[in-house]
Design a protein around this ligand. Structure first.
Ligand code: URA
Length: 262
């Protein structure tokens, strides 16, 4: 196996980062500094050191994380908690998040050290669908739904969105809704909005533009107050994970995700 691949798959850094570490002379193979990233090593018998510490080969890792609201999708931040703070027990240096969720968005976030996996899921031409559950202030007419389904302008100098799927779950006046209590808890709607029309449902998109779901719903007059990603491709958020918990993906889940985007 190539030395740079070995290091990336041992969560030392992304492939391009570990190449720099190697060129900077930070890596030794069997006690000798090696500065060529493509050098072949034997992962079962060679001793690889990074900054003087023996590197244990972990292989590729894939995690499903149930992101809570209130933390940002970033490696580190001076002010806010980040998603990586929830993985404090693991070696995560070379692990990165696949796409981003806003600070106030909850739900399914994938993390991996496999750049090809990230690329396959994020590449717009692959059309991997992501489904979000939302609560919003406002209402959705048949015409609004049609616009969301067909593609809608959400920003100056931007192409219309790609076709999406919309499924309304609940709509009505906030105070009249049957599951008002759940909505209240999720949406943190205050009493000033008690007589507001509200709507909840699922929006499925196959792109990843910034604040895309919020902007799409805004374009049809709805203001998102709660957002949760519930699936990526056919992978559903494992609802047995509490907010802030993670688990490794199973082999079948990984293969399914990769297979879907071929
Ligand atoms: N769309 C949004 O508006 N926010 C997210 O976090 C994800 C998709």
């Amino acid at each position: 196996m190539r030395l740079d691949k070995f290091l990336a798959e041992s969560s030392i850094g992304r492939r391009k980062e570990v190449r720099i570490y190697i060129k900077e002379g930070k890596v030794k193979v069997n006690g000798q500094a090696v500065t060529e990233p493509a050098v072949e090593i034997e992962e079962n018998s060679d001793v690889i050191e990074y900054l003087g510490k023996v590197v244990e080969y972990t292989g590729k890792v894939y995690y499903m994380f149930n992101k809570p609201a209130g933390c940002i999708t970033a490696r580190e931040d001076a002010v806010h908690k980040t998603v990586f703070d929830f993985f404090a027990d693991l070696k995560m240096k070379g692990v990165f998040h696949v796409g981003r969720l806003d600070k106030d968005t909850e739900g399914l976030l994938l993390l991996t050290n496999d750049g090809a996996f990230e690329h396959k899921l994020m590449y717009p031409e692959k059309h991997v669908e992501k489904t979000y559950f939302f609560w919003a202030l406002g209402s959705l007419s048949e015409e609004d739904k049609k616009q969301l389904e067909q593609g809608i302008y959400i920003g100056k100098d931007e192409m219309p969105t790609k076709p999406a799927k919309i499924q309304v779950e609940n709509c009505g006046i906030y105070k009249d809704l049957k599951d008002e209590t759940a909505a209240k808890e999720l949406c943190k709607i205050d009493l000033n909005h008690y007589n507001q029309p509200v709507v909840s449902g699922y929006l499925t998109i196959s792109e990843g533009r910034k604040h895309q779901v919020k902007r799409m719903l805004k374009a049809v007059g709805c203001y998102v107050v709660y957002l949760k990603r519930v699936s990526v491709g056919e992978l559903l958020l494992d609802e047995s994970l509490e907010k802030g918990q993670y688990r490794p993906l199973t082999e079948v889940e990984i293969l399914n995700l990769l297979g879907q985007c071929e």
